[in-house]
Write a protein that binds this ligand. Sequence first.
Ligand SMILES: [Fe+2]
Ligand SMILES: [Fe+2]
Length: 175
Amino acid sequence: MNKPLYHFFTNDHHRIETFLNQAILDPGNINMHSYHQFRKGLLRHIKMEEKTLFPAAKKANPDLMQKIIPRYRLEHGALTALMVPPPTLDLIKVIHYVLEKHDFAEEEPNGLYDVCEALTEGQTAQLLSILEKTEEVPAHPPNPAPIAIESAKRALERAGYDFDEIIRLSNDEIS
Ligand SMILES: [Fe+2]
Ligand SMILES: [Fe+2]
């Protein structure tokens, strides 16, 4: 089956992940240029899903999408909040962990993209043209205030994740 929306969003996932990997090529020295590219890319990606993909799918089947969307919206909120404080290795580990699970759920067979693609059949070309024209979200400079990381942790909790637990899991994996 030809799945243009699936391919469009999946390619964008890979592009965005490459920036994040580049940012930590030298873990002792986070590459802020790559991290900034990552942040801009992910904010725009979330905007494309929230402002174009979800509304189109919701219009086709409001009941179904009402059940599916909340998980993704909470994770988008958590990822957005995690990109507010200045990046540290721990913060990037957490972003990476959540993003991997999030992207997988969107991409897996019968996952979010397959559902949306089926619901918006017949409007694919129109949606792709809107998606491609999506403008970047203006990103503020990183906020070093403690409240930024605290609210990121709370947004993460609302999405069902625990910051310290993720760090522990990823440290176990390394050792
Ligand atoms: Fe998403
Ligand atoms: Fe996505």
